[in-house]
Design a protein around this ligand. Sequence first.
Ligand SMILES: C[S@@+](CC[C@H](N)C(=O)[O-])C[C@H]1O[C@@H](n2cnc3c(N)ncnc32)[C@H](O)[C@@H]1O
Length: 384
Amino acid sequence: MSYFDGKLKLIVASASGVEAVTKRELTDMGYEVGGAYYGRIPFEGNFRDLAKVNVSLRTANRVFVELFSFHAETFDELYDGISLFKFENLCSRDARIVVNAKSISSKLFALSSIQSICKKAIVTRLCDRYALPFLNETGATYAFEIFIDNDEVKVLLDTSGWGLHKRGYRNFVGEAPIRETLAASIINLSVWNKERALIDPFCGSGTIPIESALIATNTAPGINRAFAFEEFNGVNKKIIEEVREEARANINKDIKLRINAFDINPKTIKIAQKHAQNAGVSDYIHFQTADMRDLSSRYQYGVIITNPPYGERLMKENELRTLYRDFGKVFRSLNDWSAYVITSYPDFERCFGRKADKTRKLYNSELECVLYRYLGAKPPKKKE
Ligand SMILES: C[S@@+](CC[C@H](N)C(=O)[O-])C[C@H]1O[C@@H](n2cnc3c(N)ncnc32)[C@H](O)[C@@H]1O
């Protein structure tokens, strides 16, 4: 009997600003979710659900299992509380134990002390139950998160391993790439759907066009990567394979898309093409080396989704302002198009020459950015 055979309290963590998008992904998958706290969305499920959300969620960072919770105001109470849990039912005798901590409005707040005390409590319990002088930690990694909020300690187990933004297709480093999860969130927030043309004029390593093609073909983002939970003690590998098989069977390759990815740098375009091949979507994206200033389209009602250079490392401020100004002119020359632009440059709207009709604060890793939305006309309804 494995710990994962019963009902599990699953917690999906997503980045600040995209919780609502992740929540919608979960409800679209049929889950009934509870109220989000600090970017964490709880719901109940079983091991199959755990595998399914890890493989399928596009916008979440990680999936945890909440193991237990208790009240602690002192390090002694913390040690004792942790020691009570039957870690031997979860971890094998060669488990590698990693502990991270977060603390909000609590008496215990020194994170490195919280981490080392909890690790000591877990390792001591395992050594005791397995009658070992020490834990050699050569086996599967169990990464625990100790989340303390108002002196309530929640002990979570990370089931994802690498963050879910690591899909496995992006193996070359581009200049300032956008996180895959953030790209997917912006696409989900946009009006784009597979009937409309999409252009990323500053495509870099190809993340936005690739994530768009993955969404349109219904390709689960985690289909080709490994997860921490696969190595856990006694998990049912058959269920994991079934979940992957089901995800593969749901891919819809039989569609036509109008996704265009441009970049001024030919080397970058080569990298983006390689990434699209890795992701299995190169047939759906037209890549081309081009200056944004030469952009035009014969389509109406298309959508630009892009992450242009934002200065800092990439270019000087006066060049950046000119680039944004020219980008604004190009956008206004397109017929009934919408645009979604994410940048950390604070004076973007003035340079672009138009105030956005909606803005949203988002984070690209740690960098605070704003998503600017310029909504064009809706396409006419198709006649039945
Ligand atoms: C922030 S990066 C885009 C990163 C991309 N979203 C990714 O995930 O890799 C901006 C890109 O704009 C490109 N670029 C700069 N000036 C350009 C121009 N005038 N026309 C087209 N692309 C340009 C750069 O070569 C760079 O790849």
